[in-house]
Ligand binder design. Structure first.
Ligand SMILES: [Zn+2]
Length: 115
């Protein structure tokens, strides 16, 4: 039986918060724009099928996948420098609370207490 024993390190938590914030600023918007563009192209294709737009839709989808892979390769655990949710996990690493490799918390598991 595997026991999860988390380590809480303020420095790791802060480094992770800074990392995800910087990342969302540069890539979050690009991802939303790409996604909306892709949706727009696909919807348009239903009304006016064209090979050029089909190619464009494929290109946009491809760009989204690249962006996702890029996110995975760049959002690494501040403590052990590995993707915190494992290499084959779905979704972006930005959502993870804890690194599966070193068991360091990436977010505070509970709000900071006043005491
Ligand atoms: Zn780690």
């Amino acid at each position: 039986m595997k026991k999860y024993r988390g380590t809480i390190d303020e420095q790791v938590i802060e480094a992770w918060a800074a990392k995800t914030a910087r990342f969302n600023r540069s890539y979050g918007r690009a991802q939303v724009i790409l996604f909306i563009a892709l949706l727009g192209v696909v919807v348009f294709l239903f009304y006016a099928p064209s090979s050029l737009l089909t190619a464009l839709a494929f290109f946009l989808g491809f760009a989204l996948v690249i962006l996702k892979l890029h996110a995975k390769a760049n959002l690494l655990c501040p403590n052990c420098n590995r993707p915190p949710d494992g290499h084959f996990a779905r979704g972006t690493a930005g959502d993870s609370d804890m690194c599966v490799h070193c068991y360091y918390w990436l977010r505070r598991p509970w709000p900071k207490s006043e005491s």
